[in-house]
Design a binder for this molecule. Sequence first.
Ligand code: GCB
Length: 611
Amino acid sequence: MNISFRFLHKWLSIALMVFMLTNAYSQAPLITNINARQTMSLNGQWEYIVDPYETGFYGYRWTERNEKDREAYWNSDKPDNKTDRKEHGYTAKNSLRVPGDWNSQAEKFLYYEGTVWYKRSFDYKKQTNGNRFFLYFGAVNYKADVYLNGKKLGSHKGGFTPFNFEIPDTLLKGKDNFLVVKVDNRRYKDEVPTINTDWWNYGGITRDVLIAEVPQQFILDYSLQLKKNTANEIEGWVKFNVPVNDKLTIEIPDLKWKKEIQVNGDMVSFSDMIAGIELWSPEKPVLYKVKIQTAGNSITDKIGFRNIEVRGFSIFLNEKPVFLRGICIHEEIPQQGRRAYSSADARQLLLQAKSLSANMVRLAHYPHNENMTRMADSLGLLVWSEIPVYWTIEFSNPEVLVKAKTQLSEMITRDRNRASIIIWSVGNETPVHEARTKFMKELLSEARRLDGSRLVSAALEVHLEKGVSVVDDPLGEFTDMVAVNEYIGWYAGLPSSIKNVQWQIKYNKPFFISETGAETLSGFHGDSLTRWSEEYQEWFYKEQVAMFKRLPPNFSGVSPWILNDFRSPRRNNPTFQRGWNNKGLLDHQGKKKKAFYVLKKYYDEIKRKTD
Ligand code: GCB
């Protein structure tokens, strides 16, 4: 290649890159506490086209359509005149509720995995000239490509975390904006989660969609919490979207505390002594109104203050050892076989957990919606929050690590001010080998880097060696607590075998049983040896509880599997499962099974001793 050709080649590649970048706006940093911003909701009925062949995206030579292609589904579906040929169209006859999964909205969608195009038209009245606009999605499962008025705003992968794109002022019209989202929920080996999971792959725009309108300079994100090992010192930081030169005020009116800081830059940190803070706890979930303000922008939140740490082999909450009376929850409303998303859904699920006398929930196996963590804050439930690094992810693939880290960072960014969250979990039941341990260690360090104030963990596996339950996963060395899932008496042996179980736990840290459970079809009765009967599950729980009582003093809690029966395509026993994993302590209709009362009794005993 001669010099001038090389130069031309380089110049052309740069031009191509610039062209690609200017044709899709990139994802903007996440705006936190979205509901406290000035927003317009785009929830409601959206029209859709089901597109299993991705015709709206690829031409017949299977090349990506260019932005102006009239046959691209992000462009107008209206014929220009009577001779015009249009082979796609949105119609009110085909519409889906947003937020919501598509699977539960029409029978044809029950098992659908593929592409659905969503379209919504809307008018927008700008509040103040010179403001900025962001299109915010609470979550879309799994991949979203977003187009406004024929322009691509950007894409996002990851089905359980929020994202936003800035809308250029010139693109947002007063009338009849044409918003299209291509949603693809197909499962791939190199995604997070990967192909194989034990839950329903609900597709769609599953959480809220909003337009947020903010000033040119605005408060993007902030952190406010109790300084470790103190009860009267608060520390935090505030981040702006751009460098500012302004006075910042942070105020907690109920504590008569106010701090003024001069900001020169895009971030400022602070700490201060505050008298009279009542600490947040499950028994008394005190939340304070917090006001953060600059000359041009202000935001309010409700924040609780508490300490969480590991001392020796116990977990301490506000200087007192705490036993986690937990329960695992999927983000699902079984009565309607759908994803949970609203505040009312969160209340239903978390009140069920409270009725079990739980003080903790493990939100499995992916970040649940913000209503859940906010509701946990106000109802007083401790939370384990997790990313869907589940079973056999491609641990040797560096791109997969980036995907997992992105989801981790989006989860932590959204929820770092929730007092309820005490544990960030980086995965569940990952198989022990070198590449995996390296991968998981990186996630643990990343979680600590993003938020050093909470515990970090992962649900590990236990293996049986000559009747002894051995916990020696090398990852246990790097987590703050050792959490394991065990199913002795269900997958391994009968409940009678639980009696003789010995534990060998390599790590002298808080020991937590992050799952245990047995399946039963609600209303099916037999003797306790009859699989699937309520009596079997009841017996299982009785033996498990007896075993918990024999565990060494570092036993710090348990979150059995699971609060409610949930949908899973892996569960195909035609009599007892029919597409449901029935390990719930409550059935599809919310009816309590016999085992519910066994666990509740155990939790009530502990509660009486510790509260
Ligand atoms: C597990 C998994 C959970 C499954 C459960 C089961 O260990 O972590 O996702 O649903 O077992 O029911 O087998």
